[in-house]
Design a binder for this molecule. Structure first.
Ligand code: AMP
Length: 215
């Protein structure tokens, strides 16, 4: 499947993407994950992106578009992909449209994961992520805690609060979302193949995709 997942930070795009990859072997393309890997590797892109990410600001569109043009041409995308966290601005969406026409790629659908704001705030403040780049398991101190506090169940590395998941950074990320990313809903409503899924559970979204794509 070729599906774009829209939604605020903490709406569950990553969780839904992982569940959907298990259905048909499509790959998850998370711009946040790619950028974090670049920061860890100390690459040119990582050095340019790091300060924006720490502050909860968006990384400039030109850097994101160059990165995604390369990613979408990799072999594993041929089976299908889930766009998770991209596009995040109207200029990214406009450029993506041109890029997909050039690369001959057609999206099956665009899903907006529409989660109430109090649920989002609570989720983000209580999320913990494994620091091991090969694991990156996600926990929640309330609903899905690690067995030993602060230690990943799967690999034994520390499971910590991400630097951009402090209360101040989260508030700023949500403001950025409202200003820059929420307008994508109107953009894709006009483009067609758009579905809004009001929900609090990732399974609701997976079921909506299955139904729409007859999986
Ligand atoms: P995420 O894991 O999707 O919440 O992304 C973490 C951070 O990476 C964001 O707060 C941004 O700083 C940056 N980022 C991820 N995707 C994009 C994008 N499409 N455009 C600009 N910045 C992005």
């Amino acid at each position: 499947m070729k599906v774009m997942l829209l939604g605020a930070p903490g709406a569950g795009k990553g969780t839904v993407a992982k569940l959907l990859t298990a259905l048909d072997g499509s790959v998850q393309i998370s711009t946040g994950d790619i950028l974090r890997a670049e920061v860890r590797a100390g690459s040119d892109l990582g050095k340019k992106a790091e300060a924006f990410m720490k502050a909860g600001d968006l990384v400039p569109d030109s850097l994101i578009m160059d990165m995604m043009e390369k990613r979408l041409q990799q072999e594993d995308c041929k089976k299908g992909f889930l766009l998770d966290g991209f596009p995040r601005t109207i200029p990214q969406a406009q450029d993506l449209k041109k890029m997909m026409a050039k690369l001959n790629i057609d999206l099956d659908m665009v899903i907006n994961i529409d989660v109430p704001r109090p649920v989002i705030l609570d989720r983000l403040c209580t999320r913990r992520t494994c620091v091991n780049a090969d694991c990156q398991a996600i926990y929640n101190v309330k609903s899905n805690p690690t067995k030993v506090e602060g230690i990943c169940d799967k690999c034994g590395s520390p499971a910590v609060q991400r630097e951009d998941e402090t209360e101040a950074a989260i508030t700023h990320r949500l403001e950025t979302y409202n200003e820059k990313t929420a307008p994508l809903i109107g953009f894709y409503e006009k483009e067609g193949k758009f579905k809004n899924v009001p929900c609090t559970s990732s399974d609701d979204v997976v079921n909506a995709v299955k139904e729409a794509l007859k999986l």
